[in-house]
Design a protein around this ligand. Structure first.
Ligand code: ZN
Ligand code: ZN
Length: 408
């Protein structure tokens, strides 16, 4: 039996006048699936713990985030296509603009996104080819827009260091500090990298060209989200299943690569409101032919949550619902489908909260319950009751006849 996991990012919400975007949306397809399946409510990490998308995704894939999550850096680096190894130190990076005299640490950040620069492969290459560090290797990986990821590899590296990104424009680039004595060498190397890469970038012809056109120079790398990569067992060795990930967001692609999945790239998967939902669904159906486990991720409802846009979120959920229609025709004796949200992103809070999320599982033999509408209020009455995210995979494995018996 194959498995399709559909994760609608931030779809769940808190009650606003006794309704939510999901509850007030017209969702005939989700409701039909809900009717055919078993429903419940889920704490993706633990009750009361506010999940990030990264920790929530690890958890629902059966990877305990308290064990395998070591910061966003390593996941972004995987998402940027860097082959991250255990022991590597990884950062998320912004190409930014700094101005002032002397050392980069005397300069102020004038634009944290360098005018939202798009094409910067040349700059990434120039840094990779021209910056030299003593005894430590590094890899700068390109990501979308102004983003990149950075990995340091070598002996005695530590992630007990601070960011260089001041997070606010007008402030100076921060010198990276060691949080304990064991990290002093790492802090020194990272600061050296920040200074040297600035020198290369500042005088790069592409930046001279940008300056002429009146665009901000992409002359600084601003580092944050440091983490030390740990060994994460591959999905295939853990479950004996070949996994595909369909996502536009670098972070989710990073999770996919971290667990050794095939990440299906398509520029029409934008990880945003303008993504091609129908193409994603079609790709998921194709992947079910070639893979055993397909993760289909849809990002935009989370963005509407962060924007505080109730109506936008409701309407986008309706679009998602229409796009999911082809899945109603799946043979549920051959494919098990799970639909869930990774966390709640209430339009009233504009950030993730720990409110549990709706979840349903549809497959042959499942004990159907009497939930007929897939929303935050109804699923509490379902047969799954309240589960933890890290248990979801076990439940699915059992329903699909893939789990091992504990005891005789
Ligand atoms: Zn999320
Ligand atoms: Zn979010």
């Amino acid at each position: 039996m194959k498995i399709l996991m559909i994760i609608v990012d931030g779809m769940a919400d808190r009650s606003v006048n006794d309704t939510t975007p999901l509850k007030s949306a017209r969702t005939p397809n989700l409701d039909r699936l809900s009717e055919m399946g078993i429903n419940g409510i889920m704490d993706t990490i633990k009750p009361g713990i506010r999940p990030g998308s990264d920790t929530a995704h690890l958890s629902v894939l059966g990877y305990d985030p308290f064990k395998y999550y070591t910061g966003r850096g390593p996941i972004e680096a995987c998402g940027a296509g860097i082959e991250v190894m255990p022991g590597d130190i990884a950062f998320r990076v912004n190409f930014g603009t700094v101005a002032g005299e002397g050392s980069i640490f005397n300069k102020r950040v004038v634009d944290r996104r360098a005018g939202r620069i798009q094409k910067k492969e040349e700059l990434v290459r120039a840094v990779n080819e021209n910056v030299k560090l003593d005894g430590v290797e590094f890899i700068l990986g390109n990501a979308s827009g102004h983003r990149a990821a950075l990995v340091f590899r070598g002996e005695n590296l530590s992630d007990r260091i601070t960011d260089s990104d001041p997070k606010n424009e007008g402030e100076k680039v921060m010198k990276v500090r060691a949080l304990d004595p064991s990290a002093e060498f790492t802090a020194k190397i990272v600061n050296e990298f920040i200074e040297k890469s600035h020198k290369i970038l500042d005088k790069h012809p592409l930046n001279a060209e940008r300056e002429q056109k009146g665009l901000p120079k992409a002359n600084a790398l601003l580092l944050r989200g440091v983490g030390k990569a740990v060994h994460v067992p591959e999905f295939s060795e853990r479950y004996g299943m070949k996994m595909a990930v369909i996502a536009g967001t670098t972070l989710i692609k990073g999770i996919g690569r971290l667990v050794g999945a095939d990440v299906i790239e398509n520029e029409r998967f934008t990880g945003s409101k303008n993504t091609d939902l129908d193409l994603k669904v079609e790709t998921a159906l194709n992947c079910l032919e070639s893979h055993d486990f397909v993760l289909l991720h849809i990002k935009a409802p989370d963005e509407f949550g962060h924007d505080g846009d109730f109506e936008g979120k409701r309407m986008f959920i309706e679009k998602v619902d229409s796009a999911l229609h082809p899945f109603l025709n799946l043979d549920f004796s051959e494919v098990c489908v799970a639909v869930l949200s990774d966390h709640t992103t209430p339009v009233t809070v504009r950030d993730h909260t720990a409110d549990p999320v709706p979840v349903m599982i549809i497959c042959e033999g499942v004990r159907r319950d009497d939930v007929r509408e897939f929303n935050e209020f109804q699923v509490y009455r379902g047969g799954l009751c309240r589960i933890k995210g890290v248990d979801l995979m076990n439940i699915i494995l059992d329903l699909t006849g893939k789990s091992k018996k504990f005891g005789a």
